[in-house]
Design a protein around this ligand. Structure first.
Ligand code: ADP
Ligand code: MG
Length: 669
């Protein structure tokens, strides 16, 4: 049963809107809105107070507080507090409205900072009650303007005390195996911790449940795919494939050959292909996509190639036209900027089977796209699409084969777990003749060096990317915006070189024009946000400068670096940050994406889930795939055992909530 926000005590229409801003839409989501940290409220020991340390004391107001006027805008309340016969001074700035509640003899708790010489607490918080006898652990929640952490906590308590507790998604025997808290105890303790031990136990249980369900979904997807033998029977003329490959402008690398072999063998069996092709930027995944498309075409089926952005879709389209110029294969581009009329024509042709390959963005998976006989779906940079989206595309035809390409390679052990529903091909080596991108770190104050290095490349008629984390200036003046960079670059280079900017807020047409101008060399310096991150290919761009590099995850930086080094010219990547960080030096040492993500895993880098399935779609609110990887592996083992139990169990009733959860990913419409 769903608990609506309206049915929770204390939540009116206004609060409801605020909660929605935090992506909380119902009682269950409120319960799963876990604290991001906890404050420990423990009475300070007066004997051992250090100057400047945090202090929490409770006692009785001693004498009448006074208001002191410091100047027009600054006033303070001062008073004394008697803490078990010890007198301390308290100063409270700018909280004059509290004056009337601060009466002599009142019992209060003061939280603040202690000044030893003046024996004074600079109070940050006053509470009108004494402290509980034992240490109290207070949850702190993310907030939004108009809604405090305390209020959120109160709503959650209301839900908890109304006994609205979701069903456990762990089988009983697993709860027992690990002596987990019950789901109810876990939820209570995570929001209202009894003590540290119970809080830890609660977090263990909740994380484990999330990871267990995640692995179960992965396993279930695999099962579903194995079960659905493809209706596609292919007769493939191997000679034609060989010929096609021989006619390519280059020789395949060994890794590419191995991947192609695996794919062809997938296509020949009547099991549905579900393969992940992972390889660093520039490792040559696109050509493998085209070979796969060609094979699918030979067996007379349509192919769809889906890219995460219009720019990339267009790039693939141009590339495909080149590669297939001597073949009959007909190709269409379908994106959101395709006109309604063109779209209509493409839809028609797809339905009639006049188009062999359609390349596009999300537009490809919209309701009104019908294929005559879709046999192959390829998604580029697959992590950009949700599981559900991919399912949509898969089921437009009769069980098409699926190839997902990812430019954020992760080491095999991790990949096997996280992408356990897929077969995996990895491209580890780069095509021959590539020079490694030289990477160096520069401090912000060495900006002159950076400009000089840029000038050297620009003078050679090469082009340069400049990247900043944000579009507009923010209050945090330490963060470079592309607008402020634009001014700096104009000052340094504006007279000699052409400079332009690109970012996500521009419309698609503008973006396309700018990218075309950069491709054709009309722009020398392109300043951007991470829009250029994925897949863009401009071989004459030989330098990328990333400002505030410390704000990006390693794999994002590695991706950005992949924008250069796309020809046999030596390329450079300059990482600029205020302070040096060990993390960033890893990028100076290696250009191997597998090694970089390995480092990321070992060091459990946070906030950088790029390339790994999006946490949102995984339902991971507390667990973190990287930090909790060991636990994830445990969950995987348990899932392997449980899946048999689940499918052979006659009394599925006891697992009905688990089955419900699994059905969510089926979504077969
Ligand atoms: P990514 O894996 O990042 O998608 P691409 O497919 O864009 O890489 O390949 C990068 C470049 O390398 C392209 O210009 C492509 O034509 C070229 N390329 C791919 N395979 C080879 C190869 N075996 N030998 C030489 N160049 C290759
Ligand atoms: Mg690519």
């Amino acid at each position: 049963m769903m608990l609506e926000l309206d049915d929770i005590d204390g939540i009116g229409p206004k609060t409801k809107d605020l909660l929605k801003k935090l992506k909380i839409n119902n009682g269950l989501e409120l319960l799963k809105f876990y604290p991001y940290r906890y404050d420990i409220i423990r009475r300070s020991d007066l004997q051992h107070l250090m100057d400047g340390s945090k202090i929490i004391v409770d006692g009785i107001i001693d004498g009448q507080p006074a208001i002191i006027y410091i100047n027009k805008s600054l006033r303070k309340i001062i008073f004394r507090i008697n803490v078990k016969q010890t007198i301390l001074n308290v100063t409270l700035y700018n909280r004059i409205h509290m004056y009337q509640d601060l009466k002599c003899g009142k019992a209060i708790t003061v939280i603040g900072k202690y000044n030893k010489i003046k024996n004074t607490i600079i109070a940050s918080e006053i509470r009108f009650s004494l402290l509980p006898p034992n240490t109290k652990i207070e949850p702190v929640y993310y907030t939004t303007a108009g809604l405090s952490s305390k209020q959120i906590g109160k709503f959650i308590n209301n839900v908890l005390y109304s006994r609205y507790i979701p069903d456990s998604l762990l089988p009983k025997y697993i709860e027992e195996k690990y002596h987990f808290l019950s789901i109810s105890d876990a939820l209570f303790n995570v929001h209202i911790p009894k003590d540290i031990l119970n809080l830890q136990k609660a977090r263990q249980r909740i994380k484990y449940e999330e990871l267990f369900i995640y692995m179960l979904k992965v396993r279930y997807l695999k099962y579903k795919i194995e079960e659905s033998t493809s209706a596609i029977a292919r007769t493939i003329d191997d000679k034609k494939i060989t010929k096609f490959i021989e006619n390519l402008p280059f020789k395949l690398t060994l890794d590419q050959e191995v991947a192609v072999k695996a794919i062809i063998s997938d296509l020949k069996t009547n099991k549905r292909m579900n393969r992940l092709l992972q390889g660093d930027v520039g490792s040559g995944k696109t050509i493998i996509a085209f070979i796969t498309i060609y094979v699918n075409y030979l067996s007379k089926y349509q192919s769809a190639l889906m890219a995460p952005t219009e720019i990339l879709a267009l790039q693939h389209y141009n590339e495909a036209k080149k590669i297939f110029s001597n073949y009959e294969l007909s190709i269409a581009l379908l994106t959101s900027s395709t006109t309604a009329k063109e779209k209509e024509a493409i839809y028609n042709d797809l339905a009639k089977g006049k188009i062999d390959l359609v390349i596009g963005t999300q537009a490809l998976i919209q309701e009104n796209v019908h294929y005559k006989n879709l046999g192959l779906v390829i998604t580029d940079e697959q992590h950009r699409f949700g599981v559900n989206q991919r399912n949509n595309l898969k089921n437009k035809g009769t069980f098409p084969d699926v190839l997902s390409m990812s430019a954020t390679p992760i080491p095999r052990t991790y990949a096997l777990t996280i992408y356990g529903d897929m077969d995996i091909s990895s491209l580890k080596m780069k095509p021959e003749g590539r020079k490694e991108v030289k990477t160096c770190f520069k401090k912000e104050k060495e900006i002159i060096d950076v400009l000089k290095m840029m000038k050297r490349e620009l003078d050679k008629k090469h082009q340069v990317y400049v990247v900043a984390p944000m579009v507009e200036d923010s209050e945090n003046s330490e963060i470079e915006s592309i607008n402020s960079l634009k001014m700096k670059m104009h000052k340094a280079f504006g007279k000699i070189f052409n400079i332009d900017i690109i970012h996500g807020k521009l419309d698609n047409k503008e973006k396309k024009t700018i990218m075309n101008n950069f491709s054709s060399g009309k722009i020398d310096i392109l300043i951007s946000t991470t829009v250029i991150e994925v897949g863009v290919n401009v071989p004459n761009a030989t330098m990328i400068v990333v400002f505030n590099a410390n704000m990006f995850g390693l794999s994002t930086l590695h991706q950005l670096r992949g924008r250069v080094g796309r020809s046999d010219i030596q390329s450079y990547c300059i990482l600029v940050a205020k302070e040096s960080e060990e993390r960033l030096h890893i990028l100076e040492k290696t250009t191997d994406g597998f090694e970089i993500s390995d480092y990321d895993f070992q060091n459990r880098g946070e906030g950088d889930l790029f390339g790994i399935r999006q946490s949102g779609e995984l339902g991971l609110n507390m667990a973190n795939i990287k930090k909790d990887f060991k636990m994830l592996q445990k969950a995987k083992e348990d899932v392997d055992d449980f899946i048999d139990i689940l499918f052979t169990s006659n009394e599925n009733d006891q697992y009905s909530s688990i089955m419900n959860e699994l059905r969510k990913i089926e979504n077969l419409d």
